[in-house]
Write a protein that binds this ligand. Structure first.
Ligand code: ADP
Ligand code: MG
Length: 490
């Protein structure tokens, strides 16, 4: 049986306001427990919530960025449930009338095609506090610093068809909220998190299968891994004659498995009703227009501009613009890399390759963000300039890059200090070439007796030998040309 995978994501993004959604308490991460929770966050009797206008502005920015509807009126609702980290006994959220509805997000798939994913709604809500299990013996501590932190919950249509698509969608939303500056996007600190709803159905069926909801997904990698596992588990279940039970499951990244947490609650379990303490939000067209004119450049627009301005491919430009930090880093590095006033195509492409390749790999290896990289844009730009003007080969550049990364100086300093300058002196190269040809009689014979279309491959051996003798410093293009010339004649 062929199964079709169906996924819908619910993403919580913490809005980057300085104070909470309904109180004046600070939202700074990492403060001492319960030092940033006021009477409103504690739900003390007699307090009243007051809406933070900045939160509304940010939600509208998001709505505009995804071409959504922003209805003139939206309403806060109480979602009732009991939990120790929720002192009021209800969470203020939105239910029937969310602030944003019916948006669209384009994701780029691996084959380069674009797919549009529907966003059902995005609503405002307050975060709950945290239960703390360490340091209290058999007891549990409650930290209410996070209570009342503003969140926007972004709910997708069940339009995603694979773990990869879900990952691409999540990355795209992450890019949009960080480009907008409405969320810091920090997943370790929980500022951006995701629940995935997963089901499968026989290929061609129009009815949706029973879904499970996966919680606790706080990295792009975990989202994809958890979904892959869940698809496998559901497939096994159905193919062995069983059933998928609608439930909430928890992903355990250490064991790389999902396990049942609780049976899924239904919306009516929460007894939603409009919060009598808060007036409906009324949004005027003027307010929306004012926000529209202040929107920054968004990922899709930036991707198209970078693709055109720097002559990059669709794929390269979409990787480069996948985060605002990377796009900023790319543009400043590419500018530092070109020696002339206007951008040149070769160094733009080279810059993209370096940032997506060596540079990203080094960041990953060291679990660093771009902002904390020991090699900055100026330094990387200078290195690329030296590849571009043939001072060093791309291969030697990797050695220089490692040295820069380890704090040994700038590219020029390292090239000078280590004597890495490329040999372009044709006399010196000719000597090396002659030496290799003299030492490789059988290979020379084989080359000369081979048809032209095979020679292209065989020449690699000679190039390799010459490069080795020059310790990587000979200009590969010159070596190639000279070898071809010399090998052609007897
Ligand atoms: P709830 O309120 O219980 O969380 P919703 O109906 O609001 O449920 O849906 C939550 C998310 O689950 C949405 O992103 C939606 O697209 C997705 N979803 C709903 N049904 C399915 C299904 N059968 N398979 C996969 N995803 C689903
Ligand atoms: Mg849900």
């Amino acid at each position: 049986m062929d199964w079709e995978v169906v996924i819908g994501l619910e993403i919580h993004a913490q809005l980057a306001t300085r104070s909470k959604i309904f109180s004046g308490a600070a939202t700074t991460y990492g403060a001492e427990a319960n030092t940033q929770a006021c009477a409103v966050d504690l739900g003390l009797p007699g307090v009243l919530p007051v809406l933070n206008e900045e939160v509304v502005r940010m939600a509208i920015m998001f709505g505009l960025a995804i071409n959504a509807e922003i209805p003139p009126r939206s309403v806060f609702a109480r979602k009732n449930y009991f939990y120790p980290d929720l002192p009021k006994g209800y969470q203020i959220s939105q239910y029937e009338l969310p602030i944003v509805s019916h948006g669209q997000i384009d994701i780029t798939l691996e084959d380069g095609t674009t797919k549009t994913i529907g966003v059902t709604r995005a609503h405002l809500e307050e975060d709950a506090g945290k239960s703390v299990h360490e340091g209290f013996g058999n007891l549990t501590g409650i930290d209410l610093n996070r209570a009342g932190t503003p969140l926007i919950e972004i709910v997708s249509e069940p339009d995603l068809r694979s773990a990869k698509e879900a990952g691409a969608y999540m990355k795209k939303i992450h890019a949009i909220v960080t480009y907008l500056g409405i969320c810091d996007g920090n997943m370790q600190e929980g500022s951006f998190r995701c629940d995935a709803n997963v089901s499968i159905r026989p290929q061609g069926d129009s009815e949706l299968g029973t879904r499970t909801e996966l919680k606790n997904l706080n990295s792009f990698r975990f989202v994809e891994a958890a979904i892959r596992h869940e698809i496998e588990r559901q497939t096994d279940e159905l193919e062995s004659g069983g059933k998928v039970v609608q439930e909430t499951r928890l992903y355990d990244p250490v064991k790389d498995e999902t396990r049942s947490m609780r049976s899924k609650e239904e919306a009516n379990d929460y007894r939603y009703f409009p919060d009598p303490d808060l007036l409906p939000i009324e949004i005027s067209p003027d307010f929306i227009n004012e926000i529209k004119t202040s929107l920054p450049e968004l990922p899709d627009a930036r991707q198209k501009r970078i693709m055109k301005e720097y002559k990059l491919s669709e794929y390269d430009s979409s990787v480069i613009t996948s985060s605002r930090d990377m796009a900023d880093f790319y543009e400043s590095t590419a500018k530092a890399a070109c020696s002339v006033a206007s951008l040149d195509v070769k160094s733009s492409k080279l810059t993209a390759n370096w940032i997506m390749g060596e540079f990203s790999a080094a960041l990953n290896r060291n679990s660093l963000d771009i902002k904390d990289s020991p090699v900055n844009d100026e330094m990387l730009g200078e290195l690329i300039k030296r590849i571009d003007d043939n001072t060093i080969s791309n291969k030697i550049a990797k050695e220089v890059f490692d040295a820069m990364w380890n704090g040994e100086g700038t590219a020029d300093e390292i090239i000078e200090k280590k004597g890495l300058k490329q040999v372009t002196d044709s006399g010196a190269i000719e000597k090396l070439v002659d030496g290799v040809i003299a030492d490789s009689t059988p290979q020379v014979e084989q080359y000369r007796n081979s048809p032209v279309e095979k020679q292209g491959k065989l020449i690699g051996y000679f190039v390799g030998q010459v490069m080795k003798k020059s310790r990587g410093k000979a200009n590969p293009k010159q070596v190639n040309e000279l070898l071809r010339k010399k090998l052609a004649k007897d």
